[in-house]
Design a protein around this ligand. Structure first.
Ligand SMILES: Cc1cc2nc3c(=O)[nH]c(=O)nc-3n(C[C@H](O)[C@H](O)[C@H](O)COP(=O)(O)OP(=O)(O)OC[C@H]3O[C@@H](n4cnc5c(N)ncnc54)[C@H](O)[C@@H]3O)c2cc1C
Length: 380
């Protein structure tokens, strides 16, 4: 039998994040959308409420959520504001390589620093000539004595300007290309780390992204994660876990847009009756509600597969990320349509949700790249 009932712990997670979102995120979402500043006060409140670093084990100061429980928290954050949600969840992206590959000393030290200082970290993979094509990375980290000398250029890095450290992917032997890709923890206060002003962008404007130039940065050799050449699998395994989070954020923003437009349609009177009484609007809402259910189902299934250690969790998490973010784009676009001119105005927030949803189709691998991952998985 399949059982979709949630445990007491699961329900408590939903309740905690829902309350947090109502109190701290929704009232401030429009403000950060305009200011484009990193929402430090909200991140600090999330630390205070014990809602940061959900999937990090409890012994390292996190909440020890499994992947499924992380999806429950991300859906609530996404329903409040995807930009603020990703400011919180990007910590998970940056810390997952440590969860996967750091030794016990590194985990104690780096997770400890992040939690004790209520800090954030950044995941630095993308480069100007290596977006979808991760194997095109050119940054180098060449061993010299007990240091690696890091040189390179990263871009679109979420939380870079506010991070305590960067999880950086670079080649330790450029002659071997991506086979020498390796992952490092790079404290931002090391000389040679230059972080450019953050990008201005269409949506998720509460989340910051920067270009970073690393020039002769002396990274202690003990900051290498795993061993040299293990960077590619670390990066891919990280995405296998975190793409379900992007899927859940997408379900959240779709849900919020659906609920706003549904309530609007029940109350907006035209031609002497609520617009929801027109089949054209009712059917649009029916399609939106169905899409959200389907998106949540595949997200939960992908997370569950991961937790059970079943085959092809990467294929399913790519399916979830692709389907849920495409669904979020369709649902938020229709929500604007259902609300007409009021949907297009900034007053009710659905135009922001539509802008925010777009990015979920692009980051952590575009949805075209998800199709590449899925086709490889199903043709294996
Ligand atoms: C706001 C934001 C936050 C981000 N945060 C981070 C972060 O924290 N850390 C990080 O490392 N990166 C981050 N990224 C980078 C993000 O993951 C990349 O933007 C994304 O992977 C796409 O790379 P690209 O932008 O270079 O596009 P390109 O790779 O140049 O792709 C352009 C277009 O070509 C298509 N395309 C490319 N290759 C193929 C193919 N083989 N088959 C079919 N279509 C293809 C793509 O789907 C896309 O439509 C972020 C990006 C943004 C915009």
């Amino acid at each position: 039998m399949i059982d979709f009932s949630l445990t007491k712990d699961d329900l408590e997670i939903i309740e905690n994040y829902k309350n947090f979102t109502q109190e701290h995120i929704i009232p401030n979402a429009a403000k950060y959308d305009v200011s484009t500043e990193f929402p430090w006060p909200i991140v600090k409140e999330a630390y205070k409420a014990g809602l940061m670093n959900g999937p990090i084990p409890k012994k390292f100061g996190g909440n020890g959520y499994n992947i499924f429980q992380s999806c429950l928290s991300s859906e609530e954050l996404g329903a409040g504001c995807v930009g603020i949600g990703i400011s919180i969840d990007a910590n998970t992206l940056a810390l997952t390589p440590l969860l996967l590959a750091a030794n016990a000393d590194q985990q104690k030290r780096f997770f400890g620093e992040i939690n004790e200082q209520q800090a954030v970290a950044a995941y630095c993979l993308t480069e100007p000539n290596a977006g979808s094509d991760v194997a095109g990375i050119k940054s180098t980290a060449i061993k010299k004595g007990d240091k690696y000398i890091l040189n390179g250029h990263k871009r679109f890095i979420t939380n870079a300007e506010v991070a305590k450290f960067h999880t950086v992917f670079a080649l330790t032997d450029p002659s071997r290309g991506a086979r020498s890709l390796s992952a490092f923890v790079v404290p931002v206060d090391l000389p040679g780390v230059e972080i450019k002003p953050h990008l201005q962008k269409m949506g998720q404007r509460a989340s910051v992204q920067n270009e970073i130039i690393y020039t002769d940065v002396e990274v202690p050799a003990e900051n290498l994660l795993g061993s040299e050449g293990y960077g590619f699998p670390i990066a891919m395994k990280t995405f296998d876990r975190t793409r379900t989070g992007v899927a859940a954020l997408s379900v959240g923003v779709a849900r919020a847009a659906f609920e706003t437009s549904r309530d609007w349609a029940k109350n907006r009177i035209q031609f002497g009756k609520p617009i929801a009484a027109n089949q054209a609007i009712g059917f649009m809402l029916a399609d939106m509600a169905t899409e959200i259910e389907l998106a949540r189902l595949i997200t939960w299934k992908a997370a569950w597969y991961y937790e059970q250690g079943l085959k092809t969790p990467g294929t399913l998490s790519a399916m979830a990320k692709m389907y849920a973010s495409d669904a979020a784009m369709r649902v938020t676009t229709d929500a604007v349509q259902v609300m007409g001119g009021d949907g297009y105005s900034t007053e009710f927030g659905v135009e922001k949700m539509m802008r925010d949803a777009k990015l979920c189709q692009i980051y952590e691998g575009t949805n075209q790249v998800q199709r590449v991952v899925i086709s490889k998985g199903i043709l294996k």
